[in-house]
Design a protein around this ligand. Sequence first.
Ligand code: CMP
Length: 147
Amino acid sequence: SVERTLAMIKPDAVKNGSVDSIVEKIEAAGFVVVARKNQQLSAAQAAEFYAEHEAKPFFGGLTTFMTSGPVVALLLEKPDAIKDWRALMGPTNTEKARAEAPESLRALFGTDGTMNATHGSDSFISAAREAAFWFSGDLIKERTLAM
Ligand code: CMP
């Protein structure tokens, strides 16, 4: 069924000038970009967005990276958007993505295990929370009712 998911283009890919190429590939794969926002996260915002990883050893490096420059948040819509966006991104670790899914976005645009070009919600619950973090409830509700 038609779903929405939350994507981010991370600071490494924004700095590399890869935003337009990534958005082109997203649209070529059949996603509709419902909403888009450019913003640099504060430390508090990055910690809130990634709260589920707070106890992980990579949390400090992750939030430092995610606040190092602007990110592009995208609300994506498509049948099976959540699963299909994760497939288009490829494995979390860039090196693994290059080995296992060389055409994936992380293989093509990622840097390493932390700086991996893109983020995608991992479940329906995460997609709802992460979409609400970035975009107004009205926009989300309006699209939900239209579907
Ligand atoms: P993302 O899909 O945004 O979710 C959590 C992020 O933490 C991940 O992408 C990476 O940018 C970063 N990260 C760094 N180290 C790890 C790790 N060992 N496992 C998972 N994610 C990691």
